[in-house]
Design a protein around this ligand. Structure first.
Ligand code: RIB
Length: 300
């Protein structure tokens, strides 16, 4: 079983000809609404591959919260620990997607996600203790991420998105850290202009047994016990990169829970991430196991 402790958002998505710079107004296309939130996306990503997933999260007592919880339930995610919080709105994300490149920029208004507290992790019973993998991100309070890592009985996978300072105590509880290049640069405190710099930065991090850096079209870099392996991306034509990182994390958790060695888990996670860029939206773009097997050239 995989436990996800994290955010649940309603994504408000607008295609744009280019991303606005400060002070600029850009005329975009039609507004679309999709279920999102890094936590919920990662839960759905793992569930679509066939994992048994339980989610710990918070929504508001509003229409969006009811709908997003129902979406998770339809995906087969155990939502007994996704509760509605009075007096706050369900989280929202404002997302602009570049029509030409599919690259996104995201502003999150966390709403009820900010009301997910350490005691809610403790109240989720044995779910974190019994999960073979606990999957965490950073759209919820830092204290909650730390509490979840402390309660986790299995492998702890942290996707440090969005970036913030990670206390050494938390890093020591993380088994696999999965930053993207920007998040890794924020963690080490300097820019990472090329893959050598990325590899050096991943080697430099203390705490996690392994660091997996997602690199978009460059694939992913796995750093384990000082050894570095670049796992190439699969070639696809991207239309929207939203949730590619979430597809990666969900698939990585699924493969680790199934006993795959990390290099094989990263290869499969790359396939999930590539497929997630080929469709618009966060959760609508997350692939099934059959789609991943097809891209990898396997029979299913
Ligand atoms: O990683 C993509 C997600 O980030 C979106 O679904 C949005 O809700 C934000 O949380």
């Amino acid at each position: 079983m995989i436990a996800v402790v994290g955010s649940i958002n309603l994504d408000l998505v607008v295609p744009v000809p280019h991303h606005p710079v400060p002070g600029e107004t850009v005329l975009g296309g039609d507004l679309a609404e999709h279920p999102g939130g890094k936590g919920a996306n990662q839960a759905v990503a793992a569930a679509r591959l066939g994992a048994q997933v339980a989610m710990v999260g918070r929504v508001g007592m509003d229409q969006a919260g009811t709908a997003l919880r129902a979406v998770l339930e339809r995906e087969g995610v155990d939502v007994r620990w996704v509760l509605a919080e009075a007096g706050v709105s369900t989280g929202r994300a404002l997302i602009a997607v570049d029509r030409m490149t599919g690259e996104n920029s995201i502003i999150v208004s966390p709403g009820a996600n900010s009301a997910l507290f350490p005691e809610h992790c403790a109240a989720s019973g044995a779910v974190l203790r019994d999960a073979s993998v606990t999957l965490l991100q950073q759209e919820i309070p830092a204290a909650t991420v730390e509490a979840a890592a402390r309660l986790a009985g299995g492998t702890v996978l942290l996707n440090p998105a969005p970036a913030r300072d990670l206390p050494a105590e938390l890093l020591d509880m993380v088994d696999v850290l999965v930053p993207n290049r920007t998040e890794l640069a924020a963690l080490v405190g300097h820019p990472l202009p090329d893959l050598h710099a990325v590899a050096d930065a991943a080697r430099q991090l203390r705490g996690p047994a392994a660091v997996v850096v997602t690199l978009g079209r460059d694939g992913a870099l796995l750093c384990e016990e000082g050894a570095v392996l670049l796992v190439p991306a699969l070639e696809v034509t991207p239309v929207d990169t939203t949730a590619a990182g979430d597809a990666f994390c969900g698939a990585l958790a699924y493969a680790i829970a199934g006993g795959s060695p990390l290099h094989e888990a990263v290869r499969r996670a790359n396939a999930s991430a590539a497929l997630a860029t080929t469709l618009p939206g966060a959760q609508p773009s997350l692939p099934t196991r059959a789609e991943v097997e097809k891209l990898l050239g396997h029979d299913f």
